[in-house]
Design a protein around this ligand. Structure first.
Ligand code: H79
Length: 449
C-alpha cells in the first residue's frame, strides 16, 4: 500500500521543462575527477595501490594531517582550462561534471566555509571558475559533483549513535548546505548538481536534509538538474522512495555499468551512467596499465547503447597534478571525437526508438523531436546483409548512410516485419550510422479513415 511521505518523490514522470530537455538532449558528458589525490597518483611510500586512486588515503591508511598537507603541494602550473575545454569540445561532449569536492574534503573553489581549499595552495586560483568560464565559452554546460561524505571535516559522521553524533552531524549538514548555496550563488551558469557519498546511515536518517538541499538549489537556480543519489526519504530509502518513485530528476545508480540492452524499465525515466576508462580509477593513477582499459570503440558502443535506452553517458577523465591530461586519455578523446564528428546526429537529442526491438547488428536511436530513425551498426554479418526486424504497419522506404548519402543501400522486404538491407562490398573500420526513412501505415490508415 502507499506510504505517506514528507521527503519522498516530488513529482512523477519525466520533467518536460526546457532545462531538463537540454540536459537530456546533451546525451554525452565528460566527468572530471581532480583533487589532491592526483599528486600521489595511487602510489605511497614506494608502493602501488591498485584500488581507485582517489581512495588512496583510505587504502593506504594515511592520517588526516599527512594527507591534508598535500594541499601545500597542489600547484598545477601547466593547467590551461581552455585546452581542456577544447579537447572536450572536439570529443563531442555537451556537458562536463567536475568534482568540486571529493571524499577527501578538499575544495577546488575558494569556499569561505573551510580553509581546506584551492585558495590555500601554491596555485591559489579558483579552478572551478576557470573551468566554468572555459567550458561555457565552448558551449558546454557545467555541472558540479559534490561528495557529502567528507573524510576531512571533524563533524562528519557515518552513523548517528549518540547525542554528540547528532549535534556534530547537524553542524556538518549546515556546513555542506552552506557550501552548496555558495556554489549555486557564485557560479550562476551551473546546470546541475551530482551528489555522491550519500549512502551512509547518517544521511539515510536525515532524508529531510536531502530534500531541503534539492529545493534550496532549485530556488536559487531554477531549472537546475539534481541526481537521484542525493536523496533519501522518511524511511531512509535511497534513489527510489518507499513507494518506488524516483527521487531527484534522473537516476544516477549506473556506475561503471549499463542497464542491459533489453531493459524496458529505464526508458520510462531519465538516467545517466558514469563510466571509467580503466576498470575502477576516477582520479589520476600514475600506472595506466594496472587494469584493463576500454578501447575507444568499446566506449562508443557504450555511448550508443546508453542513448538507445534514453540515458546520458558520462565518461571520466582524471587529470594529472601538473594540470595536463594524460596522453592515453587524450588519444581516446580524439578517437571518440572523430567518430562523433560524423555520427553525432544519432546521439544528440536522440533516445530510445519507441517500440523497436533490439537488433543483432547494433542499436536503434531516434531523434526525440523529429522522430528520425538511426541504425548504429557495430556487427556486420559476413553476408553483408543487415536483417532488420520491423514493426507491424511500418515500411522502410529508404536506407542511406549518414556519412555517404550517395552510396546506395538496397532495401527489400523479405517477409512480414522482416527487411533486408544489402550493404555495398566494402570494409568498415568504424561503427557507422544508417538513416532509415519509414512510412507508418497505421498512421496513414488512421488519417484516411
Ligand atoms: O567518485 C567516484 C568514486 O570515487 C565514487 N563514486 C564515483 C563516481 C565512489 N565512492 N565509493 N565508491 C565509489 C565505491 C563505494 C562503494 C561502497 Fe557501497 C560504499 C560500498 C559500501 C559503501 C554503495 C553503497 C555501494 C554499495 C553500498
Amino acid at each position: 500500500e502507499k506510504k505517506l511521505l514528507k521527503y519522498g518523490a516530488q513529482y512523477e514522470g519525466k520533467r518536460t521543462d526546457a532545462a531538463m530537455q537540454k540536459w537530456r538532449s546533451n546525451r554525452f558528458g565528460q566527468f572530471i575527477h581532480w583533487g589532491l589525490y592526483a599528486i600521489p597518483g595511487g602510489e605511497w611510500k614506494g608502493k602501488t595501490y591498485t584500488y581507485a586512486a582517489e581512495f588512496l588515503k583510505s587504502s593506504a591508511h594515511i592520517p588526516n594531517s599527512t594527507w591534508d598537507s598535500l594541499q601545500y603541494q597542489f600547484n598545477p602550473v601547466k593547467f590551461d582550462p581552455k585546452t581542456w575545454a577544447k579537447m572536450a569540445k572536439k570529443m563531442g561532449v555537451k556537458y562536463m561534471t567536475i568534482t568540486t569536492k571529493h571524499h577527501e574534503g578538499f575544495c577546488l573553489w575558494p569556499t569561505q566555509y573551510t580553509k581546506f581549499n584551492i585558495g590555500n595552495t601554491p596555485y591559489k586560483k579558483d579552478i572551478i571558475k576557470a573551468l566554468v568560464d572555459a567550458y561555457n565559452s565552448e558551449g558546454i554546460d557545467v555541472n558540479f559533483y559534490y561528495s557529502v561524505l567528507d573524510w576531512h571535516h571533524p563533524d562528519w559522521r557515518y552513523d548517528i549513535k549518540t547525542k554528540e553524533d547528532s549535534i556534530a552531524f547537524s553542524r556538518y549538514l549546515t556546513f555542506a548546505q552552506n557550501q552548496l548555496k555558495e556554489l549555486a550563488e557564485n557560479y550562476p551558469s551551473v546546470k546541475g548538481f551530482w551528489f555522491d557519498g550519500t549512502w551512509d546511515q547518517s544521511i539515510k536518517k536525515n532524508g529531510w536534509w536531502t530534500l531541503q538541499v534539492e529545493q534550496m538549489l532549485k530556488s536559487i537556480r531554477p531549472g537546475v538538474v539534481v541526481n537521484s543519489r542525493l536523496r533519501a526519504d522518511d524511511y531512509g530509502a535511497r534513489h527510489f522512495d518507499s513507494n518506488g518513485k524516483m527521487m531527484g530528476d534522473y537516476e544516477s545508480g549506473y556506475e561503471r555499468r549499463l542497464p542491459s540492452p533489453t531493459d524496458t524499465q529505464v526508458i520510462h525515466r531519465d538516467w545517466e551512467a558514469c563510466m571509467t576508462i580503466p576498470e575502477n580509477q576516477w582520479g589520476y593513477h600514475k600506472k595506466w596499465d594496472i587494469s584493463y582499459t576500454k578501447t575507444p570503440l568499446e566506449l562508443i558502443e557504450m555511448l550508443v547503447q546508453t542513448t538507445s535506452l534514453g540515458g546520458n553517458f558520462l565518461l571520466n577523465f582524471g587529470p594529472k597534478p601538473d594540470g595536463t591530461i594524460r596522453i592515453e586519455e587524450q588519444q581516446i578523446a580524439e578517437h571518440i571525437g572523430n567518430w562523433m564528428k560524423i555520427n553525432s546526429a544519432a546521439i544528440y537529442n536522440a533516445g530510445h526508438a519507441k517500440g523497436w526491438p533490439r537488433q543483432d547488428w547494433g542499436y536503434f536511436t531516434q531523434n526525440e523531436t523529429t522522430g528520425k530513425l538511426y541504425a548504429v551498426v557495430f556487427n556486420i554479418p559476413i553476408s553483408g546483409i543487415l536483417k532488420i526486424q520491423t514493426l507491424e504497419g511500418i515500411t522502410i522506404s529508404k536506407a542511406s548512410f549518414l556519412e555517404k548519402p550517395d552510396v546506395p543501400i538496397t532495401v527489400k522486404e523479405i517477409a512480414k516485419k522482416q527487411v533486408n538491407l544489402y550493404l555495398p562490398q566494402q570494409s568498415f573500420s568504424e561503427p557507422f550510422v544508417i538513416i532509415l526513412d519509414t512510412i507508418n501505415e497505421n498512421k496513414n490508415k488512421y488519417i484516411d479513415a
